[in-house]
Design a protein around this ligand. Structure first.
Ligand code: AP5
Length: 211
């Protein structure tokens, strides 16, 4: 059983690394950001409620997020474990999670704030399979086309510079306290996220296995 949380600033590489680690260990990657964006696209009740918070770089209310995750973790594909990418995002979400799931390890991807703007403004995401690229650091073979599924690549609405700054502020005030929270529980693994993508994956794999 492997129940992991990926923590880090916006653009730290949570999505990139959790997608890779998910394949290595054959456990699902559960991204609250992806689930919310899917809901916004489909115009569901959740999507309608979440959109304004996301556009402003704020956290979507806990009441929406916690039920969403609880339901997702009850699915069959989570029976051997999962990677939570973007949840929990504050102490209340972490406490709520403990009422319905145990957590084995928390991977904190540590990057300096000054590399984030370039990472986020150069990010491209696949509309179909949600794979993440970067125009400079992880480019697709053909511009605007996903290598994995041929889907169209797009730029996220919240990757504009003004919104990125707000997301960083939200992280610092709400999410950062989780680092200490999980350190005290002795399940925190700190990963240097300011290296190339492959090196980071190898390091996470090794540390998750306990080497
Ligand atoms: P979410 O989608 O989770 O966004 P985020 O946390 O801001 O994280 P990102 O997806 O922007 O970054 P990442 O760390 O995954 O980086 P990535 O791998 O893509 O959340 C969006 C919004 O939804 C929130 O603002 C909030 O409103 C809401 N929300 C979500 N969860 C919530 C919750 N639990 N509670 C309340 N609200 C919630 O990498 C970024 C770029 O860098 C890519 O282009 C990538 O190719 C590149 N890159 C990655 N690693 C490297 C590297 N080592 N070197 C060079 N480039 C790299």
């Amino acid at each position: 059983m492997m129940r992991l949380i990926f923590l880090g600033l916006p653009g730290a590489g949570k999505g990139t690394q959790s997608e890779r680690i998910s394949k290595i260990f054959n456990i699902p990657q559960i991204s609250t950001g992806d689930i919310l964006r899917e809901n916004v696209k489909k115009g569901t009740e959740i999507g309608k409620k979440a959109k304004s918070y996301m556009d402003e770089g704020k956290l979507v209310p806990d009441s929406i997020i916690i039920d969403m995750i609880k339901e997702r973790l009850s699915a069959n594909d989570c029976s051997e474990g999962y990677i939570l990418d973007g949840f929990p995002r504050n102490i209340d979400q972490a406490k709520a999670l403990e009422t319905f799931s145990k957590i084995d390890k928390v991977i904190f991807i540590d990057v300096p704030t000054d590399v984030l703007i370039e990472r986020l403004t150069g990010r491209r995401t696949c509309r179909k399979c949600k794979a993440v690229y970067h125009i400079k650091y992880n480019p697709p073979k053909n511009p605007d086309v996903c290598d994995l599924c041929g889907g169209e690549l797009f730029q996220r609405d919240d990757d504009k510079v003004e919104v990125v700054q707000k997301r960083i502020d939200t992280y610092n005030s709400k999410t950062k306290p989780l680092i200490d929270y999980y350190k005290k529980k002795n399940i925190l693994i700190i990963i240097d996220g300011n290296r190339n993508i492959d090196e980071i994956t190898t390091d996470i794999e090794k540390k998750v296995k306990g080497n």
